[in-house]
Ligand binder design. Sequence first.
Ligand SMILES: C[S@@+](CC[C@H](N)C(=O)[O-])C[C@H]1O[C@@H](n2cnc3c(N)ncnc32)[C@H](O)[C@@H]1O
Length: 222
Amino acid sequence: MFLKNQKFYGRRKGRRISSKNLKLLEGYSNKFYLHEDQICKLVPYEYNKNILEIGFGNGDNLVNMSLNKPNDLFIGCDAYYNGCVKLLKNIADKNIKNIKIWPDDIHLIIKKFKKNFFDLILILQPDPWPKKKHKKRRLIQQKFLDDLNQILKFEGKLIISTDHHVMKSWVLEHLHVRKDFLWIKNRFYYTNIKPKWIFNTKYSNKALENNKVVNWFFFKKK
Ligand SMILES: C[S@@+](CC[C@H](N)C(=O)[O-])C[C@H]1O[C@@H](n2cnc3c(N)ncnc32)[C@H](O)[C@@H]1O
């Protein structure tokens, strides 16, 4: 299922995974990987809520949220192989039943979901690609936001977090011009207060350990 999209710029693999672990997980991957032809068959109201996390990394948030909300469906997407394996291992160890993994680039499947399917989309700590010459590699682009808007339900939420100043400005700039996303804010456009029901991830923990501020942006579909 891997290496379909040659244009993916992030890291695909990290440390070597032992053959014992790989074998152990083979059976689970069949069960928990989302196959392309299954996407259009997903039934909108089979679960209480449908949640998509794009770029889940090691899957820390997905695992904790899915355990807390067993009646919600969680679809996680990341092309980072070692992260997918880690998530599969957690799913097996904790007997989780409500996560489906797309182990590849989100762009390959984003248009295959039914319109108005998701209640919530999470993008936690997306790669900032800080150099100007790499800005096309950033996940958040206007066309991508069009796609996200299509698959969100009316008043469905999009939540983005980042500790990077380049990504913070990028999010502000890109969402500010959108008429189809409403900012959910009190006084400011962003906050450093994490919702209690979202869990810290590898990258947010790293940022906090280095005394960096993690900024949170909340939007809903208009
Ligand atoms: C900086 S890491 C953050 C990981 C995790 N959310 C965290 O907070 O620890 C960004 C992640 O997004 C994934 N990613 C980037 N572009 C992606 C894409 N187009 N489709 C799927 N995953 C993507 C990367 O593989 C990487 O694991």
